[in-house]
Design a protein around this ligand. Structure first.
Ligand code: NAD
Length: 486
C-alpha cells in the first residue's frame, strides 16, 4: 500500500541555503493537479537570496576543499546520500507527488529508486575518469588536467522534479563542483528534501543549495550571477533561449540545454504491430504525455494504418485517472488549469480544422485537471498540433507511402529530441536511424532503460550538451593543458 493522505504533509515555503532551511513568504499559490485544491505556496528567491546561496556554495568549496579531496571520499559520501534517499523514499515520493503529475505507484518504484541508482552511478566516476598524459615529443611532457568548474547552477522543470534534479546533482557533485539548484516553482518540495538529505549524509553545508522561485526573478538572478561558472538547464525551448540571452547579457559561460521536443514514431509495414501499439500508447500515456520525449507523432505505412489504429485505440483505453496519491491510479493529471486549457484549445482547433478524434478529444469530467487519451487522424498538414509540443496525452497519426516520405514527415523544423522506429528489417532500422536528426533513437521500443551510460539530449533546438552518460560527467569538468620542458 503506497497511498498517502495529501493533507498530512508539512510544506513550508522557503529555500535551503548553507545547510539550513530558510523560510520565505509563500508568494506563488500552488494548486494540486489531482483535485485543483490550493495546497501550498512557493517562495521567490530575489537577487539577494540567490546571492546568499551562490556565496554559500563558493565559500563551502573553499572551506571543504570538495574539489580537491580524494575522489574516493566524494564517491563514498554520495553513495551514503543515495542510501538515505532510499531510506526516505516514502516521504520523498509523497512530496514528489502531492501537487504534481507523478503517480505514487511510479514515483516510489521509478523516480526515487532510479535517482538513488543514478547518484551511485555518477559517484563511481569520481575516482575513475579524468586527465591524461599527452603523447608529446621526448623533450616535453604534456598533461591534460581535469578540474571542476566551481559553482554550477541547475534549473529543472516540473514534469519529473526529483529525476531531473538527480540527473544534474549527481554528476555535478561527483565532479567536484558546488551546486545551486532552482526547481520549478510548481514542484519545489522534493528537491528541498533532497538537499537536506545530502547534508544529513555528510555533504559539507553550502555545497548544495536550493533556491525556489520563478524564471524571471530567481532564474535570471541565478544564470546571470557572476560567480556561477556553468549552467545546466532542462525545460522548454523558449526558456532555453531566454537563458542564453540572459547569460550573454552578463558575460560568457558554458551551458547545457535539455529542451522541448515533438518526437516521431515511425511504424513500417513489417513491424510487430501489437508490440508497436503497446510501446506507442505507453509513451503517450506515461505522465499523461508530459514528458519531453513523448512520442506524440505516429507516422505509419498506409498499408497497416487501419490495423495499427485499432490496436492503438485499444491500448489507449481503460486508463484509471485519479489522484496522484492513490496507488490505484494509472493515469496522471495535467499539471495546471492553464496547461489543461492549452491542450483543449490545440485539440479543438485541430478538430475544427478537419481532424478526427478517434478517441478522446476533451477533458475528463471530474475534479482536477485531466485530459482524455486522444488519437487524432486526418490532421491538416499545417495544423499547429502537428508541430507544437502539446505536453498532453494526444497522439496524431499520419501515413506514408515509402521510406522517403516517412523521413520527410518525421523531420521537424526545430525539434530533434527523440524518435522511434518499428520494423523487423534491421537494415532499414539502421538506415533510417542514421537519417533521423534526433538525439535519441529507440528501435522496437519507445522508452528509456536503466542503462545510465546512454546520454540523453537533443539535436537542433531541442538543446545541446547531454544529461546522463559519461558526457554529463565530463561536461561538469574543464580541462587544463600543461606542458613541461624537460
Ligand atoms: P519551463 O521552461 O517553463 O521551466 C523549466 C524551468 O526553467 C523552471 O524551473 C522555470 O522556473 C525555469 N525558467 C523559466 N524561464 C526561465 C528563465 N528565463 N531563466 C531561468 N529559468 C527559467 O518548462 P516546464 O514547463 O517546467 O517543463 C516542460 C518543458 O521542459 C517542456 O518543453 C519539456 O519538453 C521540457 N523538458 C525537457 C527535457 C529534456 O531532457 N530535454 C526533460 C524534461 C522536460
Amino acid at each position: 500500500m503506497l497511498s498517502f493522505d495529501p493533507n498530512s504533509l508539512s510544506l513550508p515555503a522557503g529555500h535551503y541555503i548553507n545547510g539550513a532551511f530558510r523560510p520565505g513568504p509563500a508568494e506563488i499559490e500552488l494548486f494540486r493537479a489531482s483535485d485543483g485544491a490550493a495546497y501550498a505556496g512557493c517562495a521567490i528567491a530575489d537577487v539577494a537570496t540567490v546571492d546568499d546561496a551562490v556565496e554559500a556554495a563558493s565559500a563551502a568549496l573553499k572551506t571543504s576543499g570538495w574539489g580537491e579531496v580524494a575522489p574516493r571520499e566524494r564517491r563514498n559520501l554520495l553513495c551514503r546520500w543515495a542510501d538515505l534517499i532510499e531510506a526516505e523514499s516514502e516521504l520523498l515520493a509523497a512530496l514528489e507527488c502531492v501537487g504534481s503529475t507523478r503517480l505514487i505507484s511510479q514515483a516510489t518504484r521509478m523516480d526515487i529508486a532510479v535517482t538513488a541508482e543514478q547518484i551511485r552511478f555518477f559517484a563511481e566516476f569520481a575516482d575513475k575518469e579524468g586527465g591524461m598524459v599527452a603523447p608529446t615529443g621526448s623533450e616535453t611532457m604534456g598533461m591534460v588536467v581535469d578540474e571542476p568548474y566551481g559553482v554550477v547552477a541547475a534549473i529543472t522543470p516540473w514534469n519529473f522534479p526529483i529525476s531531473m534534479a538527480g540527473w544534474k546533482l549527481g554528476p555535478a557533485l561527483a565532479a567536484g563542483n558546488a551546486v545551486v539548484i532552482k526547481p520549478s516553482e510548481l514542484t519545489p518540495f522534493s528537491t528541498l528534501l533532497l538537499a537536506e538529505l545530502a547534508v544529513r549524509a555528510g555533504l559539507p553545508s553550502g555545497l548544495l543549495n536550493v533556491v525556489t522561485g520563478d524564471g524571471s526573478i530567481t532564474g535570471n538572478a541565478l544564470t546571470g550571477h557572476a560567480r556561477i561558472a556553468k549552467v545546466s538547464f532542462t525545460g522548454s525551448t523558449g526558456a532555453g533561449r531566454a537563458i542564453m540571452g540572459n547569460i550573454a547579457r552578463h558575460g560568457v559561460k558554458p551551458m547545457t540545454l535539455e529542451l522541448g521536443g515533438k518526437s516521431p514514431q515511425l511504424v513500417f509495414a513489417d513491424a510487430d504491430l501489437a508490440m508497436a501499439a503497446t510501446a506507442i500508447a505507453g509513451s503517450i500515456l506515461f505522465n499523461a504525455g508530459q514528458a519531453c520525449v513523448a512520442g506524440a507523432r505516429v507516422i505509419v505505412d498506409q498499408r497497416v494504418a487501419d490495423e495499427l489504429t485499432e490496436l492503438l485505440k485499444l491500448a489507449m483505453s481503460g486508463v484509471r485517472p485519479g489522484p496522484t496519491w492513490d496507488d490505484q491510479t494509472t493515469f496522471s493529471p495535467i499539471v495546471s488549469a492553464r496547461q489543461l486549457e492549452r491542450i483543449e484549445g490545440l485539440v479543438s482547433s485541430a478538430v475544427a480544422a478537419g481532424a478526427e478524434a478517434l478517441i478522446g478529444g476533451a477533458a475528463f469530467d471530474r475534479a482536477g485537471y485531466f485530459f482524455q487519451p486522444t488519437l487524432l487522424t486526418s490532421v491538416p498538414r499545417a495544423n499547429p498540433i502537428l508541430s507544437e509540443e502539446v505536453f498532453g496525452p494526444v497522439l496524431t497519426l499520419e501515413t506514408f507511402e515509402d521510406e522517403d516520405e516517412a523521413l520527410a514527415l518525421a523531420d521537424h523544423e526545430i525539434y530533434g529530441l527523440a524518435a522511434g522506429i518499428f520494423t523487423k528489417d534491421l537494415s532499414r532500422a539502421l538506415r533510417v536511424m542514421r537519417k533521423l536528426e534526433s538525439g535519441t533513437v529507440w528501435i522496437n521500443r519507445y522508452s528509456r532503460s536503466r542503462d545510465h551510460i546512454l546520454p540523453t539530449g537533443g539535436y537542433k533546438q531541442s538543446g545541446f550538451g547531454k544529461d546522463l552518460g559519461r558526457e554529463v560527467y565530463h561536461a561538469n569538468r574543464r580541462q587544463k593543458s600543461v606542458l613541461i620542458q624537460l
